[in-house]
Ligand binder design. Structure first.
Ligand code: ZN
Length: 479
């Protein structure tokens, strides 16, 4: 057993199905789930695709045990074999016992070697328990029936549920004041959280600062560009000397994070969001925050979020100049995207025309110029006004929203606050309630490394990826 399963990500709808199946029953119940996997060196990450309950009528159960027929799990095994998926056995403990029992140990030692006999030897099968308080614990069981606890399970619902296997130790004195506001358990969860911030200038800079100062323990900063003089008006940690040496923006924020001495693990990647290294790094994160202007970048991030079932926050700022040295509108927004729910696209943050234009401009700038000359394509925004005060406000609201989903503190359900828009010229903030799932992204939830961005070769990947999504355009309404 050389590899370690680090985490299981579960889409909200699978978790809700599990709750319906297991809750409010005096006796144990059982079901099986199928997962895709991502192997990153010695670490393995699992992403649940679907939950398949075994009906109560076909089991013999009490508050202490559940017995079922092996033949009832054959459809699960067949689907795992056909699609190279991993299996999770999930049963409930309705009596409040918060660990694997001796009965579970004996059952798993017998069951799992039999499952490995029938499936791919590269599989990673798991035993999970749905506890009385609705939390989950899990362990990897290898082909010999040896167990290894899985440290983390994450369910990105309206609340982001994070279940840790190990007990927490005390809160560092650095974050005592945050703990006074959000509870020491929240701070301890933040210290075990890995968050990526994609885009390191206007809104990325204050987002990274606030995540670190609130106690997030592991930060990844991604931005392909070097710092320029125009960034001086909005990056708090940018120095004239950084601009002189053209230091990458991601490295500027990384070095600032290290200089705080807050014992945060930090890594910068100076690459585009569509790069293979970035996609693979993001797949291992617990949350990521998109701080990008580009439609192309936001579409790609939404795709990565769905494919690896990682909760995603998008921060957008759009200031429009009136052409006379003033401002005609000043929009700022954040969206919380739970995989399998509404997407940025279904919430009309952008259109496919805009995505097409940016994609062609990125892949083939000369071709884009030709199309533009002949009015065959919409214009890509070249540069827009930017003001640090607007960026700081919206980044602050988004970080508060992240905290509020890990530790719910609002009077009403988080589902009422899944997106927020504000036009500072009108001063009318607007919260938008959760609505219909986006069919375009729903089909890619938990597909793992099958994500089209990794599947296609460098030259064609974005066009290929874009053409798959273009089918959605026929039903698109103009915004
Ligand atoms: Zn049990």
């Amino acid at each position: 057993m050389s590899k370690t399963i680090k985490k299981v990500n579960i889409p909200f709808y699978c978790y809700r199905e599990m709750s319906t199946h297991f809750e409010n029953r005096g006796s144990e119940a059982i079901g099986f789930a199928l997962c895709s996997k991502a192997v990153r060196e010695n670490d393995v990450y699992l992403f649940m695709k679907k939950f398949m309950p075994i009906s109560y009528e076909n089991t013999d159960s009490s508050p202490q045990y559940v017995k079922w027929k092996f033949k009832d799990m054959m459809p699960t095994i067949q689907e795992a074999v056909d699609n190279g998926l991993c299996i999770i056995k999930v049963h409930s403990h309705p009596n409040g016992f918060n660990n694997f029992s001796e009965t579970d140990n004996n059952s798993d030692k017998e069951l799992f070697p039999a499952i490995y006999e029938l499936t791919d030897e590269d599989s990673y099968h798991v035993s999970m328990i749905f506890l009385k308080n609705k939390s989950l614990i899990s362990r990897y069981v290898d082909s010999e029936g040896t167990f290894k606890d899985i440290p983390k399970i994450i369910v990105p619902d309206d609340d982001i549920k994070i279940f840790h296997r190990e007990e927490f130790v005390g809160t560092s004195s650095n974050f005592q004041r945050t703990a006074q506001a959000f509870g020491s358990l929240t701070v301890q969860k933040l210290q075990k959280l890995k968050v990526a911030v994609v885009g390191a200038s206007g809104t990325g800079d204050p987002t990274v600062t606030q995540l670190i100062r609130n106690g997030v323990g592991d930060i990844v900063i991604i931005d392909p560009k070097e710092s320029r003089q125009v960034n001086m008006n909005r990056m708090s940690h940018l120095k004239a000397s950084d601009v002189m040496t053209k230091k990458p923006k991601a490295d500027v924020l990384r070095d600032h994070a290290i200089s705080t001495g807050l014992n945060v693990k930090v890594k910068s990647i100076v690459k585009d969001v569509g790069d293979e290294e970035v996609i693979k790094e993001l797949s291992t994160c617990d949350i990521f925050v998109g701080c990008m202007d580009s439609v192309r970048g936001r579409h790609i991030l939404n795709k990565i979020s769905s494919s690896y079932c990682v909760p995603f926050f998008d921060i957008g700022v759009q200031l429009k100049a009136d052409g006379y040295g003033g401002i005609s509108s000043m929009w700022a927004s954040y969206f919380y995207i739970k995989p399998g729910g509404p997407s940025l696209y279904s919430q009309k943050v952008y259109t496919m025309d805009k995505l097409q234009a940016e994609t062609i401009k990125f892949d083939d700038p000369d071709h884009y110029k030709d199309l533009q000359k002949n009015d065959y394509i919409v214009n890509v925004d070249e540069s827009a006004p930017a003001v640090i005060s607007v960026n700081n406000i919206i980044a602050g609201l988004c970080v508060l929203d992240i905290l509020g989903r890990i530790h719910p503190f609002r009077d009403e359900s988080n589902s009422k606050f899944n997106s927020y828009r504000f036009n500072y010229c009108e001063y009318e903030p607007e919260f938008i309630e959760d609505h219909e799932p986006c069919s375009l992204f729903l089909k890619s939830v938990s597909e793992g490394d099958e994500i089209s961005l990794l599947r296609n070769s460098k030259g064609s990947k974005l066009n290929q990826y874009y053409s798959e999504d273009m089918n959605a355009k026929s039903t698109e309404k103009t915004v």
